[in-house]
Design a protein. Structure first.
Length: 464
């Protein structure tokens, strides 16, 4: 017998079909269309059974109640319940002020949830034809909704780039699967939390174990947040922004401690010493500044780069800082005296990221030239050039044992390298460009920031 991928083609709608749903008998299906109708189809005979008319706008969504009755949501801002046998409208649910984009039915068959362009979800009592509650948290159209099997919770997806989990028995939003509204430019992590910094002017705190957002840190910066660093004990953090400031944060109460001013250009990078009271920052103004976090003031400025300083790192002993610049070089500085110790040359593009191994002997840098390079800090010798990325390398992070380094790139790749011989161990590919990475205190969780605003949590398990 000759096999065919298409068993039959059902025609009848005069405009595009927007949604389809199956009846529990497996024989019939319903479809919603831009032609403002709902059609019922016999899949065995391949024919139209009935047309349900009544909506004054395109039918964007359809679903089926447990008893077989169709329900539909439309551009006309209404939800309709239909009698399939008689082919008539049973009830019209009104209340939305924008197009209804999606509908879902609860397992009890007595209630339904609709998602709308008006930025809300509504829960309906279908028997009484009334609105039970309105769920408001989104800042843009809600495009999709699904009900969990427990019938008590729903998940929605919005044009505002968030997924939200809702308690249908109350009005509160449960911890959501959210993202930033802009590129994630920086991440840092300890054993329990991760902090992300974004183009959207915000920082978000995440639970490292579950990947759930804990909160957005307020107040916001006045421009993109380019980098963030956390103290080793996880008690404090510091963020660097294009608004030319750094903000100190108390992570015990998630409140702002102090705004630090001094740079005369966008602040692109920041790092905190293991002693937790010294920080360094790199700026568009071509300087590296050293800060006393206890006194909450600038200590000194390190001058010598001829281009903006995109990346900074501090050695484990806290005595030296390594900076990477638009001038394509790395410099090593004495933090106490501000003296430039040495300069590393080898990259053919701006140095966008830098890290120092836990033993303080090597520096790792990533560049617009698509390479990751390993340097001997004592001699200044380049030990390895790690090649494999096909676009700018935007982030590097070291495992706690210093044996491996993770790199991310605008090519969407996360790569794990062996620092001993410079070989590539494995790669992971995201859907979009990546701009930052960090490794959690557990040594196994990799936190990655994506251009879409997503923060990914990856586990390095079972990797030899």
């Amino acid at each position: 017998m000759e096999s065919k991928e298409v068993m039959c083609t059902l025609t009848g709608h005069s405009k595009g079909v927007k949604d389809v749903a199956l009846l529990s008998n497996g024989r019939h299906a319903i479809s919603g269309s831009e032609d403002r109708t709902v059609k019922v189809w016999d899949l065995v005979e391949g024919r139209e059974v009935r047309t349900l008319s009544g909506h004054s706008g395109a039918v964007n969504a359809v679903a089926v109640l447990p008893d077989g009755r169709p329900i539909s949501g439309s551009e006309d801002c209404t939800v309709k319940v239909w009698d399939l046998v008689e082919g008539r409208e049973v009830r019209t649910l009104t209340g939305h002020s924008g197009a209804v984009n999606a509908v879902a039915v609860l397992p009890d068959g007595q209630r339904a949830v609709s998602a709308s362009k008006d930025r809300t979800l509504k829960v309906w009592n279908l028997a009484e034809g009334r609105e039970v509650r309105t769920l408001r948290r989104n800042s843009d159209a809600v495009n999709w909704v699904a009900v969990l099997p427990d019938g008590q919770h729903a998940v929605s997806a919005s044009k505002d780039r968030t997924l939200m989990v809702w308690n249908l028995e109350g009005e509160e939003e449960l911890p959501g699967l959210t993202r930033h509204a802009g590129i994630v430019l920086g991440v840092t992590a300890d054993k329990e939390h991760a902090i992300s910094a974004s183009w959207d002017h915000t920082l978000k705190a995440w639970d490292l174990n579950t990947g759930r957002e804990i909160r957005t840190l307020l107040p916001r910066h006045d421009a993109a947040v380019n980098a963030v660093a956390m103290t080793p004990d996880g008690q404090d953090a510091i963020s660097a922004s294009s608004d030319e400031t750094l903000i100190l944060w108390n992570l015990r109460n998630w409140k702002k401690r102090k705004t630090l001013r001094g740079h005369r250009g966008e602040v692109w990078s920041v790092a905190i010493a293991p002693n937790r009271w010294t920080a360094v920052s790199g700026s568009e103004d071509c300087t590296v500044k050293v800060w006393n976090l206890v006194a909450e003031k600038e200590v000194r400025a390190l001058e010598g780069h001829t281009g903006g300083v995109i990346a900074v790192a501090i050695t484990p002993d806290g005595l030296h800082t390594v900076s990477g610049s638009m001038d394509c070089t790395l410099k090593v500085w004495d933090v106490e005296t501000g003296t430039e110790m040495c300069q590393f040359e080898g990259h053919d593009g701006p140095v966008s990221t830098v890290a120092v191994t836990p033993d303080g002997k090597r520096a790792i840098s990533g560049s617009y030239d698509q390479t990751v390079r390993v340097w001997d800090l004592a001699s200044g010798q380049e030990l390895h050039a790690l090649r494999g990325h096909v676009r700018h390398v935007t982030g590097v992070a070291l495992t706690p044992d210093g044996r491996r380094v993770v790199s991310v790139s605008m090519d969407g790749a996360v790569k794990l390298w062996d620092l001993h011989d410079g070989t590539l161990i494995t790669s992971f590919y995201a859907d979009g460009s990546l701009y930052a990475c960090a490794i959690g205190g557990d040594g196994a969780t990799v936190v990655v920031g994506e251009a879409s605003g997503l923060v990914h949590f990856l586990r390095m398990e079972g990797i030899g």
